[in-house]
Ligand binder design. Structure first.
Ligand code: AMP
Length: 284
């Protein structure tokens, strides 16, 4: 496994694979790798002949006051995981390598970045799309892998690639959960034991949503109000949003129809946690 800190080294490392026509996969991450990331890595290794994992805590996607400084950076553990999964190249740049002294050029996907997490994290998606566009230009992968856990991010990246005619296929992998349903996240480690227990209500609220949809309830207000009741069972949870939207354009739905994304964002103690489910009624 090779480890590159510079863009020039990435290009150099990939040269041989590219000239041999190997299928190149990219898994962009911020590190602190867990089972969610590993599911993306395993899928990439299955699909591709040459796999790059980027580990970069991207400063531009953190809003002022967020956890950029204290975001976990266990690079030795991460490298070990990559090595164990037969990754070909890890790209682990410093912010200066990615952005130089000053960055004048930004990629901004309109509309899709306004609702949901866009409301409370202004500028977050601009940071995500800009860093992903840079990574796509640096690595020039055939395929890049993202998690359904960050549903809005995946939709925004797909749109960016389509709108910019980037020759990269975006594969979205299912959310990996703990045994009790909590979506795995690097930020779960911020939780105390009690908060960790309370956090299971996030997925419980989404399961309630699924049950209600399955039983034929179509009024989204009725569903979100039941979800709210579940999340309000503990005082530690502060609800940021509970939204039921069209999974294509992220517009709010009054009535359940078509491909539906039910998404939740909450704060528990120091952690901001998100989760979602996709329900496809078009197939029923
Ligand atoms: P992050 O390091 O948090 O930026 O995440 C890197 C990638 O891993 C993103 O595409 C995430 O959506 C994905 N990811 C994070 N957690 C999970 C999870 N529990 N299940 C599946 N994918 C995940």
């Amino acid at each position: 496994m090779e480890i590159a800190k510079t863009i020039a080294d990435v290009r150099d490392c990939i040269k041989a694979a590219r000239s041999e026509g190997e299928k190149i996969g990219l898994v962009p991450t911020m590190g602190a790798l867990h089972k969610g990331h590993i599911s993306l890595i395993e899928r990439a290794v299955k699909d591709c002949e040459y796999v790059v994992v980027s580990i970069f805590v991207n400063p531009t996607q953190f809003v002022p006051g967020e956890d950029f400084e204290k975001y976990p950076r266990p690079i030795d553990d991460d490298l070990k995981i990559c090595e164990e999964h037969a990754i070909d190249l890890v790209f682990n740049p410093e912010p200066e390598e990615m952005y130089g002294q000053e960055n004048f050029t930004w990629v901004n996907v309109e509309k899709l970045t306004e609702p949901l997490c866009g409301q409370s994290r202004p500028g977050h998606f601009r940071g995500v799309t800009t860093v992903c566009a840079k990574l796509f230009n640096i690595v020039q992968p055939d395929v890049a892998y993202f998690g359904q856990k960050d549903a809005q991010q995946a939709i925004v990246i797909k749109r960016m690639v389509a709108d910019l005619n980037s020759p990269v296929e975006i594969v979205v992998c299912p959310t990996v959960r703990e045994a009790d349903g909590l979506a795995i996240s690097s930020r779960n480690q911020y939780l105390s034991e009690k908060q960790r227990k309370d956090a299971t209500l996030i997925y419980k609220s989404l399961q309630k949503c699924q049950e209600m949809i399955d039983s034929g309830i179509a009024d989204t207000k009725e569903i979100t109000s039941e979800m709210r009741k579940i999340l309000q069972q503990v005082p530690s949870i502060r609800i940021e949003y509970i939204s039921i939207v069209n999974a294509e354009n992220l517009q709010n739905l009054d009535q359940i129809a078509g491909r539906v994304l039910a998404a939740v964002a909450v704060k528990i103690g120091p952690a901001r946690l998100i989760d979602n489910i996709l329900v496809d009624l078009s197939k029923r």
